[in-house]
Ligand binder design. Structure first.
Ligand code: SIN
Length: 524
């Protein structure tokens, strides 16, 4: 028999920056956070080496930041959203500072602003070079632990939404560990999805192992509208040392003057774009990919720009190099592209509301229209902050007065269900990298869709895998439908942008499955 628990708490799925920031904003209203891992460093936000983009310098402005966001987004950014997000950036940096985030400061106490690709100004606030995500997450985790209104259920995975007449009425959860469990239904009046993106659906990724498109998939399976799923950002400089996930060599290194060279010692980016290493991320990623494909082993050379300072100014990069047996002080760091950020996600309006009632979304699981076809560096954490608060305030308005207290939710999982088959997951990830990756064409995308369909059939009833397959299907089907190249979506069979397609994609899982079914019926 299904176990069902009702709560007056607002239910938040995920434990990254958006989830915790929203929980703190909702408090003292009682909140239940569903976290697959112990709170802290397992969330992708904690892995973010870049900082938060915010136009804080006197010579800069939110308007200029919004313009750069639109330019990088390659024609499909929602200008109102860009303006709203960039306008609010300052307030969130100040609030994170008040909570205790130790942003880098200059001798006068001002924020140190770093330069990243495609920004027209130095406008990224950081913590100790590459520690922003980690330090912000430590700050928020501490604050949540000190907030009695926030209950955190750790080791628990969200696998589905309960929907009645277009309204979300509950969330299905399971044990997150390898031992499968029977699902439990948490009945609640509002659910906020803040559970990350899809990078881990690809074999080469910078995302933590848990982030494999499950949250987008569970919303899509419940009928939520999905936006822009074909737009996946590949980071150009993941460290190529054989680790999975691949550690990042932050873009800030290029902002500090590090250059990209190949095995012949050639600095290839000067031939590709006038901004060379600081060209938009999609352009640098394709150049790196081409060098890798040609067997020219691209590498990031920090020696002239940073010398031995790379070790103390970029501790995460130094640590990853050490693990991989690379000495960045004396040798260039081998790099390769890796899936990094999903611009697409669950379609939301300016309040963070999804197309289903009682459902809100923030952070990488959402698609707000900010990023268009190519996210501007360090706009990811900023968007998560702005929309976490927007969602929290809208939920409070919609749901009405908070109960004075709400009992803690207690769940006991019964052993049952089907475990996740890691070999099948590995095949799905290889398929995504091979056929739905940096360069795409109709033939490869169709092969990808056929493989996803076959793997989904093989994997049986594991809900988490079904959620991954739903997101993989949405990405591949939307990529097949978009017969042009734009931003991070590059079709070798349609290499140019098509002005008639300069609009966002809106697609349901039913639409994507219809495209997949047609492909499966075709003779390959
Ligand atoms: C980086 O530090 O290169 C990543 C920053 C980002 O993805 O915004």
């Amino acid at each position: 028999m299904t176990q069902e628990v009702a709560t007056d708490r607002i239910v938040i799925v995920g434990a990254g920056l958006g989830a915790l920031y929203a929980a703190l904003d909702l408090a003292p209203r009682p909140v239940l956070v569903i976290s697959p891992e112990p709170l802290g460093l397992g969330a992708s936000s904690a892995w973010a080496q870049g900082g938060v983009a915010a136009a804080l310098a006197a010579s800069d402005s939110p308007e200029a930041h919004a313009q750069d966001t639109e330019r990088a987004g390659a024609g499909t950014v929602d200008a109102d959203v860009a303006r709203m997000v960039t306008d609010h950036a300052r307030e969130h940096i100040l609030d994170l500072t008040d909570l205790g985030t130790p942003f880098d400061r200059d001798a006068d106490g001002g924020y140190v602003m770093s330069r990243e690709a495609a920004h027209s100004a130095a406008r990224v606030v950081r913590v100790k070079g590459d520690q922003a995500g980690r330090q912000i997450m430590e700050t928020l985790t501490r604050a949540v632990r000190d907030t009695p209104a926030v209950q955190v259920l750790e080791g628990v995975l969200a696998t589905g939404l309960e929907v009645e007449d277009g309204l979300v009425t509950g969330l299905w959860i399971e044990r997150a560990s390898d031992e499968p469990s029977a699902p439990v239904l948490i009945r609640a009046s509002a659910v906020l999805l803040a559970g990350g993106g899809s990078g881990g659906l690809f074999a080469h990724t910078t995302n933590p192992p848990r982030i494999r498109g499950q949250v987008i998939g569970l919303a899509a399976r419940a009928g939520a509208m999905i936006a822009d799923p074909e737009f996946v950002q590949f980071h150009p400089t993941a460290i190529d040392s054989g680790e999975d996930p691949a550690p990042l060599a932050t873009e800030a290194l290029r902002g500090e003057g590090a250059i990209l060279v190949n095995a012949k010692g050639e600095r290839f980016m000067t031939e590709v774009h006038p901004d060379a290493e600081l060209a938009p991320r999609d352009i640098v990623a394709r150049a790196i990919f081409a060098q890798t494909q040609a067997g020219l082993r691209p590498a990031l050379d920090t020696r002239a720009a940073l010398g031995s300072e790379v070790l103390n100014r970029f501790p995460a990069v130094a640590e990853a190099c050490e693990r991989g047996g690379i000495d960045p002080v004396t040798q260039p760091i081998p790099v390769a592209v890796a899936a990094h950020y999903h611009m697409g996600g669950i379609d939301t309006d300016a309040s963070g509301r999804a197309s289903l009632g009682n459902l809100w979304v923030c952070g990488e699981a959402s698609s707000t229209g900010l990023h268009g076809a190519n996210r501007l560096a360090s706009n990811g954490l900023l968007e998560a902050l702005v929309f976490a608060r927007t969602c929290a305030r809208d939920i409070a308005d919609q749901i009405g007065p908070a109960p004075a207290t709400a009992p803690e939710v207690s769940v006991t999982f019964e052993d049952d269900g089907t475990s996740l088959d890691e070999d099948v997951v590995a095949e799905l990830r290889r398929t995504m990298t091979a056929h739905v990756g940096v360069l795409r064409n109709a033939e490869g995308l169709k092969t990808g869709l056929r493989t996803i369909a076959r793997l989904e059939d093989m994997a049986g009833a594991n809900e988490s895998f079904r959620n991954m397959c739903a997101t993989a299907t949405l990405i591949a089907a939307a990529a097949l439908k978009r017969t042009e190249s734009r931003g991070a979506h590059c079709r070798t069979d349609f290499p140019d942008p098509d002005p008639a397609q300069a609009h966002r994609t809106r697609i349901t899982l039913a639409d994507a499955l219809a495209i997949r079914d047609d492909v499966v019926r075709e003779t390959p």
